[in-house]
Design a protein around this ligand. Structure first.
Ligand code: UDP
Ligand code: MG
Length: 342
């Protein structure tokens, strides 16, 4: 009797271990002790209705308040709740990234811990995923933040990001989005990059859409950001543009720049020679000779920088065993183990 009982328990434990949830909620948080319990309650309500298995991964980004104690208590009562604690504060992107790495679900939905995002929107996002989209971006249509320091910079940033990446979304900055796991696991996140995931996904061939989601004012705790984030986002955008267009071929960017300046250098030299022969101006008094030298040096530098970039990008790909392509599906072909391990 005792024997069969323990077997059953073991079986149950095994199942809990091997059965992957359909949905992974990822919540980065930093000093949100006042918000966690209400958030968990709202998540329970919303997720109770979706009818498939889920896990909630809280990533405590080095909080200095009681956040981790509260989270540990919740996780003790509910095994679907998982907690990752960082040793120190690494930032929202790093926290989100850790959550993505740990997530086991087919669909991953990140959201903020401060109750500004509404867990009641989760079923709506899932519906869109079911329609076949790879990324469903939340759009805080009625955003409840300060106008001058948050909303206005955000509108401008979204326009800029949309036009530079070619992926038109109203609200890159909204954390609440749904991703198909296979798409997101290929994306490496740095800096403030989590907001660019939809753009990266679209460029990888993913289908992206957006829906309006609720947004509430922050009632407890403090916002961790100010205006300075806008500048960081702008700098990240330059990196994103480089990586999406030229990362695989840096020589195309730097080489083109080099060839163009080499042409200007050649032109300047020709003018200097022309002035010497026809106007009898001495080389030393001609500013075109100086220009020719400057342009030629810059041209040479650019091409060499491009070659250096090529070396770096090859190291980047090969050291991580990364392919220059990603396979979505195969028929009657075993995918190489490298591809499977996303
Ligand atoms: N956050 C984090 N690490 C940080 C800063 C923020 O994990 O270094 C979390 C924060 O606790 C919240 C989310 O990221 O859950 C969004 O932060 P916040 O609400 O301050 O940003 P805002 O809504 O003001 O843009
Ligand atoms: Mg917030």
């Amino acid at each position: 009797m005792k024997h069969s009982h323990s077997l059953a328990v073991m079986e149950e434990e095994m199942q809990a271990k091997t059965k992957r949830p359909y949905l992974s909620i990822v919540i980065p948080l930093y000093n949100e002790e006042e918000n966690i319990e209400t958030l968990q309650k709202k998540l329970d309500e919303s997720l109770g209705r979706i009818g498939s298995g889920y896990e909630i991964i809280y990533v405590d980004d080095g909080s200095k308040d009681r956040s981790f104690i509260i989270l540990s208590r919740i996780a003790k009562e509910d095994k679907r709740v998982k907690v990752i604690k960082f040793r120190k504060n690494y930032g929202q992107t790093a926290a989100m990234s850790a959550g993505f790495d740990a997530a086991q679900g087919d669909v991953i939905i990140p959201l903020d811990a401060d109750l500004q995002n509404d867990p009641a929107d989760i079923p709506k996002l899932l519906e869109k995923i079911d329609e076949g989209y790879d990324v469903v971006s939340g759009w805080r249509k009625n955003r409840q933040d300060k106008f001058w320091s948050r909303q206005l910079p955000s509108v401008m940033a979204n326009r800029l990001i949309s036009s530079i990446t070619g992926v038109r979304l109203h609200d890159y900055g909204c954390s609440l989005k749904a991703y198909r796991a296979e798409i997101i696991k290929n994306v490496k996140l740095y800096g403030e990059m989590h907001r660019f995931i939809p753009a990266f996904s679209a460029l990888e061939g993913g289908l992206v859409t957006e829906i309006a989601v609720n947004h509430h004012p922050r009632l407890a705790g403090k916002s961790k950001y100010g205006l300075s984030r806008t500048f960081k986002v702008f700098l990240d955008l330059i990196v994103v543009k480089f990586f999406t267009d030229y990362a695989k071929k840096p020589i195309h960017l730097f080489g083109s720049l080099g060839l163009l300046t080499f042409f200007f250098g050649f032109l300047s030299a020709a003018i200097a020679v022309h002035q010497k022969i026809f106007n009898n101006e001495s080389f030393t008094s001609s500013s075109f000779l100086v220009l020719a030298v400057v342009f030629s040096l810059f041209a040479l530098q650019s091409v060499l920088l491009g070659l250096l970039g090529e070396v770096a990008i090859r190291t980047h790909h090969e050291s991580q065993g990364k392919k220059i392509y990603t396979v979505a599906k195969t028929v009657n072909i075993e995918v190489l183990s490298q591809d499977k391990e996303y």
